[in-house]
Design a protein around this ligand. Structure first.
Ligand code: CDP
Length: 262
């Protein structure tokens, strides 16, 4: 397991003697990713994501009445995202009240996801996505976007496609994929990217750090490769859910058929 960030104690080097990153990964390797859907009974749709040391839940409600009412739009639905980090999710105790960073990330995740929804078909209603980061270790805005899209799909909300996100960046002068917390803090550049798959357009591109613009294309190529892997995991989770449902329906029908024969 990668060491978590301890404030102001960044390692001098982010690559080991054997050329691997501190958590043993190669430059283009993602952290281990595990996803599940249908994890919260009281939500219309939900998903859980473990991405390296990040542990994140997303719960979706909607379409439903908008509260407060003045936020409703007469000609379309609204997407509201609430990203929160648990007080115990980082090394320093995080203040329980939502801070500026949480509001900003909520807005970013909403902007990334909105293009794949058909909000014009749901006037006067809202879709709400609650994201709870239980454990944070770098890249939580990307992980939150990915898990939120999965939870919306789990809720059966019509979508043009899924959305996936990942951060690429530079550490010790080398381009890497999927920065961990330490790499994010101690590295040179961090570039979170999200993609809407139905049109393969970038719906998020942020940049923090120091890099040459001529490197941008290589960053995008690395990101696309990583995003395809993440998308596959999202699709596999949904496929598993529907295969299970299909199996359950078949068993029910067989039982009903047997009853009818008796
Ligand atoms: O999580 P993300 O990389 O999208 O956002 P960030 O603001 O760049 O934060 C990077 C990492 O710093 C987070 O993932 C957390 O691990 C850590 N962090 C923290 O330790 N304390 C905070 N109050 C906020 C973030």
């Amino acid at each position: 397991m990668m060491p978590l960030i301890i404030k102001d104690e960044y390692p001098e080097k982010l690559f080991r003697e054997d050329g691997k990153r501190l958590d043993g990964r190669s430059e283009k390797e993602l952290r281990p990713i595990k996803m599940e859907v249908g994890v919260i009974q009281n939500a219309d749709g939900s998903a859980y994501l473990e991405w390296g040391n990040n542990k994140i839940y997303a719960a979706v409600y909607g379409p439903r009445e908008v509260h407060p009412h003045h936020l409703a739009k007469p000609d379309r639905g609204v997407l509201r995202v609430f990203y929160r980090m648990a007080t115990f999710s980082v090394f320093d105790r995080k203040r329980p009240a939502p801070g500026r960073r949480e509001k900003e990330i909520s807005m970013i995740v909403a902007d990334c996801i909105e293009p794949v929804l058909f909000l014009e078909l749901y006037p006067g209603t809202s879709f709400e996505v609650f994201i709870e980061v239980m454990d944070a270790d770098g890249g939580t805005r990307c992980a939150s976007t990915t898990v939120a899209a999965l939870a919306l799909a789990d809720a059966g909300i019509p979508m043009k496609s899924l959305v996936s996100a990942v951060a690429v960046g530079k550490i010790d002068g080398k381009k890497v994929v999927d920065l961990s917390g330490i790499e994010d803090k101690a590295g040179e550049a961090d570039l979170p990217i999200a993609i809407t798959w139905y049109n393969e357009e970038v719906s998020l591109l942020q940049f923090d750090g120091d890099m040459d613009l001529s490197e941008m294309n290589e960053f995008l190529i690395d990101a696309k490769e990583a995003l395809e892997k993440i998308h596959k995991i999202q699709l596999d989770v949904l496929k598993r859910k529907y295969l299970k449902l299909q199996e359950e329906t078949k068993n029910e029908e067989e039982k009903e058929g047997k009853k009818g024969d008796d």
